[in-house]
Design a protein around this ligand. Sequence first.
Ligand SMILES: Cc1ncc(COP(=O)(O)O)c(C=O)c1O
Length: 469
Amino acid sequence: MNTRILKAQRRPWEAPTLRPVQLTGLNKFGKRSQHNPEDQERLEGRCIEHLLEQFGSPLFVTSEQRLRANQQSLMHAFSSRYPNVIHGWSYKTNYTSAICAILHQEGSWAEVVSAFEYEKARSLGVPGNRILFNGPHKNSSILQRAIREGARIHIDHFDELEQIEEIAAQLGIIARVAIRLNFDTGYTEPWSRFGFNLENQEALDAAMRIKRCPHLHLCGLHSHIGTFILDVRAYQAQVRILAQFMIELEQSLNIELDYLDIGGGFASRNALQGIYLPPEQVVPSFDQYAEAICPTLIEALATRSAQGKPLPQLVLESGRAIVDDAQSLLTRVVAGKNLPDGRRALILDAGVNLLFTGFWYNHKVQLTRPNMGYPEETILYGPLCMNIDVVRQSVSLPPLKSGESLLISPVGAYNNTQWLQFIEYRPAVVLLHADSDAVSVIRNAENLQSMSQHDLLPEGLLDAGSLCA
Ligand SMILES: Cc1ncc(COP(=O)(O)O)c(C=O)c1O
């Protein structure tokens, strides 16, 4: 071998250097995976690190501006296509008081499903006649109150119908009721455990019974056909069926209804597990839902309209599509690990105790600082001493040190209500105000005192120290 040639080809020695990998490319859907690095460190102009220092980690952060904008665009989409629309805010989706209050300020009624939710809506100043009362269990004292206060009670089963008949008769009041219906739209799994079945005539029987009862007035029909419904044709089928039944009641029983309530179920911009395409591509906009629903309903009732009868009020109970992307969760990395199979894992201070929806969504996980380092498939664990505590099975992240933070979103729907009070304190929820830089705590973080306030120690157990003696 010619050593002279080899020497000539050899490049001069350079000291090794470490260069951070800046990932700013496009993801597989052509979307830029990272934003402006400065934006990553801020949420609506507020420094994320400051928020965590001030309010602790983990932290739920709510955007007032997004919440109001979502409600307004839902209402605009429907009201611009149908003459008489109301939105009942589905409390179970997120009943943090400030969130409910903001939506009521925007004009939403309350949709409640339990005594607690009913009482909460009233305590927030919602008048009884702006409450839609759903759910399979309404105890008799809350039914009495709801009847007295003129709430719209949506009857779920015959036993409840009987109970309401009795209460209304005792009170000497005519109760405004609707019946919840279940039926097959052909697009979603029928939720036949709720309400009266349409196909087997149960719903017609319920309507006839209400008609016979002097203390009940049937004023509406309700149905909720499922959740995270991506195919707008499901709603078209739903409103056609509701309209047809409404006409049948008018013609055969001379019952004039005021409203049709189509429940909730509009999908939020979240990534449902098992769906390959990103939410931006599969989730219909409010305009797309409205464009499918409103003209279909108007057409289904056209013969009635031609006879001069007004269109019924259209009631929406949208939950997740209103609040999901109005909330994010900030969490800190507690530790990093390498699993025996070579995968990288991070332990976070927020787990499925706070992110119940982690069981069915692949939440978006974002860095809160510029993206440096080579990304690797990473599994995100929460802090619970439980094997099921997995926030994301697999997400591509660069190396992160303990103490660094991540932003998980959208998390506004069903987490502040279905979270588990299990071994950890639940964290604070804050609100980023829309009209100023202010940030308000809208739910305090739990502490030992708040968590123990319902425990009672019988006499003899008061001095715990003596138990160990
Ligand atoms: C009767 C009723 N209305 C409204 C909703 C809200 O649904 P979503 O959050 O999917 O809009 C639900 C949720 O299960 C419901 O059961």
